[in-house]
Design a protein around this ligand. Sequence first.
Ligand code: RIB
Length: 296
Amino acid sequence: MSGEILVIGAANTDLTTYVDRIPEGGETIHGNNFTTGFGGKGANQAVAAKRAGATVALIAGLGADIFGENTKSHLETEGIDTSGIFYGKQPSGVAHIWVDAKGENRIIIVPGANLELTEEFISNAVLKSVNLSIVIAQCELPQEFAIAAFKSAKKKGAITILNPAPAVKLSAELISLSDWIIPNQIEFNSLSSEIHGGDLIEQIKIFHPDKNLLVTLGSDGAILRTNQGEIIKVTAPKTEVIDTTGAGDGFVGAFAAALSAGKELRTALEFAIKFATNSVSKKGAQSSYPTDLKII
Ligand code: RIB
């Protein structure tokens, strides 16, 4: 199935503070470290898929500022097709991130110019794509953007992957256009809140059974359920956790790269878990993705 992976989503600059513990309201404390890095769920997934060996294009919005300039040249250095970058009037997107001693984060995003993308711009960019195999979207930007992308993806015969992050109530139209839904456990709990009773596996079996579903479980690995009802569970290798920021995005990008390369589902799942696990022992989002772990 090898072809291009097109990602629609935010490109942000991550402003990250590392701190022993998260301050209480009204409290001032000292942080240990501050970093500026490349982030945004869309850009993270694009970079992960590219580093995993796929051919990748990104549709995102940037502002005419230094963050936008740096992001564009970084994406080009990574080898990502940036012809789908839209320049808006607002500043480039930023994410303020706090990472505590356990590697857990709290994130506030200000999407800025990413929100100035339009459905028309996105549809045209998807339709223009040559040799398209997979289109990926998340929920950091309005669902209408993902719907426009997925409608055009269907016209091109591409597979659609929805990463419903951060957790929001999904429209029935977006679900119906998604071939794969890849939430983490918190997002899955929120999406499946109407399913009462049963353990996680039971809920995974029942949730939109006509879709392929992949629930990531952090250090516990992930559970995949196909639209034929097959279940594959893979555990994650143990590793030191420094910063989990962008690990889920790394997983999605690496999984898509493996699917695009025509790998079996279990192989794709094992690869994505290895890729994401590798990333949590390093700081940052894109800065933590391995460059020596290829699926192709
Ligand atoms: O998933 C992690 C990402 O969420 C960060 O890179 C940040 O930019 C926010 O979009």
